[in-house]
Write a protein that binds this ligand. Structure first.
Ligand code: FAD
Length: 436
């Protein structure tokens, strides 16, 4: 065992060496800090796609962090395995006095952290945790009676009223770099040794584009334009600081800010109502009899429904890991309402494919589209994929980009007739909702 007493900072959804609350506090502790990253086999082993671009993104980002630390004469400890087993090893190898992390809110992460905390507490090692991923967490923005909000607009108003300059204060890291443990570089796994291969996807930049944010409401609904920031991936893995982004949004664009508040709205919904992970927020919607036709689901997944906006969106996601928000709404609505397939099937498919996949946002938005979520659109509002196409991609620029065969005999005929599907959906919803 290395006898020098140290603190560990464990990186998770906060992969950056700037404005990082937990890392900042670790560096201010009395022990030198050894940062740790764990490639969690509980997650990696479940991924069927061995070209998962998210694993590649994490490996690339963590390797950049390791390079920066190396320049500083310090190192990143990288381990692969079950986090509890890994912590057991780390405690054998190093004289760990304290462990620092940032809060992670998804149900799996909460359970994992509980186990690590009790493992550490059995050895009298404190586990210090900090808020970093959001401006407001857990029960920080609740109603006057302390109950959680389930409607977005009052939540947003309270969120804005609660915000003070203090909440946007940065937690510097670079000025404390001398407090990292000085050590030789430690081994670093390449993608291949993790069992993965490059996906060949170009990752978006983590730098917010000022012009996109300034013009946000003008361009954001048109999928052919570069009208949204593509920061979802960076918010997911913490390669951008939410405090910095909110400070920027406050200055530049209130509509853009309100999207960042939607993100926190769905996070607090998952925190207060963890059952939404598997159940409808409005339980009556779990009585709807879904058709769940496997062959039809496969056509949707592959982008072969015969509805250009739906197909272009699915192919954009299959090829790049990104789908434009307007098109996410249309594809999701088509699956649930036109094909009457359980929203959980679509949610799981998006979870497999999206680079910016986030349990709270994905689940919240799928339930919103279905009508079963909090503050959801009324169920009888059914998107017409053809009129959405006319409205948001009238020159067919977006759909032609993703559907080279559009207009030829190779492009499939619509798999269902819109008016028929609409009536079938309304009947199924009505019947399900009438059941006790
Ligand atoms: P921008 O428009 O530039 O917005 C900036 C950021 O604000 C986003 O990165 C995101 O963090 C947040 N944001 C924007 N809209 C929403 C929203 N409706 N709900 C929550 N946060 C929002 N977003 C995810 O981050 N992960 C998901 O897994 C996800 N799944 C979705 C599934 C469906 C069916 C739908 C309709 C939407 C989903 N969204 C999800 C929300 C939204 O589509 C994406 O956040 C957005 O398209 C990401 O692109 P961007 O980074 O360019 O966003």
């Amino acid at each position: 065992m290395n006898s020098e007493p140290i603190s560990i900072f464990w990186f998770r959804r906060d992969l950056r060496l700037e404005d990082n609350a937990g890392l900042h506090h670790a560096l201010k502790s009395k022990y030198p800090v050894l940062p740790l990253f764990i490639f969690d086999t509980e997650i990696l082993d479940k991924l069927e796609n061995r070209q998962d671009a998210r694993v590649e993104f994490i490996q690339k980002t963590v390797s950049e962090i390791a390079q920066k630390l190396k320049k500083n004469g310090s190192a990143l400890l990288v381990k692969t395995g079950n986090p509890e087993v890994v912590f057991g090893e780390v405690l054998q190898e190093y004289n760990v006095q304290e462990v620092y992390v940032n809060h992670d809110y998804e149900p799996y992460a909460c359970q994992r952290d509980e186990h690590i905390e009790s493992l550490l507490s059995a050895k009298n090692i404190p586990f210090f945790t900090f808020k970093d991923q959001v401006i407001f967490e857990k029960a920080e923005v609740v109603k006057e009676d302390s109950k959680p909000y389930s409607v977005y607009t009052p939540y947003r108003k309270k969120w804005e009223a609660t915000l003070k300059p203090f909440h946007l204060k940065a937690y510097p890291v670079l000025k404390y770099t001398q407090h990292f443990l000085k050590t030789e570089p430690l081994p670093f796994p390449d993608l291949k040794s993790l069992g993965f291969e490059p996906a060949g996807i170009k990752f978006p930049s983590a730098k917010p584009d000022v012009e996109i944010i300034r013009q946000y409401e003008k361009h954001r609904d048109f999928p052919a334009l570069e009208g949204t920031t593509r920061l979802g991936l960076h918010l997911r893995f913490g390669t951008i600081s939410i405090r910095k982004l909110v400070a920027f949004a406050l200055k530049e664009n209130a509509v853009f800010l309100s999207e960042l508040i939607w993100r926190e709205f769905f996070m607090q919904i998952l925190y207060h109502f963890p059952e939404v992970e598997t159940q409808a927020f409005k339980p009556a919607y779990d009585n709807i009899k879904w058709r769940n036709n496997e062959a039809e689901f496969q056509r949707w997944c592959k982008g072969k429904t015969g509805f250009p906006l739906v197909d272009a969106g699915m192919r954009q996601m299959n090829e790049t890991g990104f789908m434009h928000n307007r098109v996410r709404m249309v594809t999701a609505s088509f699956l649930v309402k036109h094909l009457l397939i359980d929203w959980r099937w679509g949610e799981a498919y998006f979870a497999e494919k999206l680079l910016d996949y986030d349990l709270a946002a994905n689940n919240g938005n799928w339930q919103w589209v279905t009508g079963c979520g909090c503050d959801a659109a009324p169920y009888f509002r059914i998107f017409n994929p053809e009129s959405q196409l006319k409205k948001f991609d009238s020159k067919l620029e977006y759909v032609k980009k993703w559907l080279p065969e559009l207009g030829s005999t190779a492009y499939p005929k619509p798999m269902v007739e819109h008016a028929f599907a609409r009536e079938r959906c309304l009947a199924a919803y009505k019947k399900g909702l009438a059941e006790k």
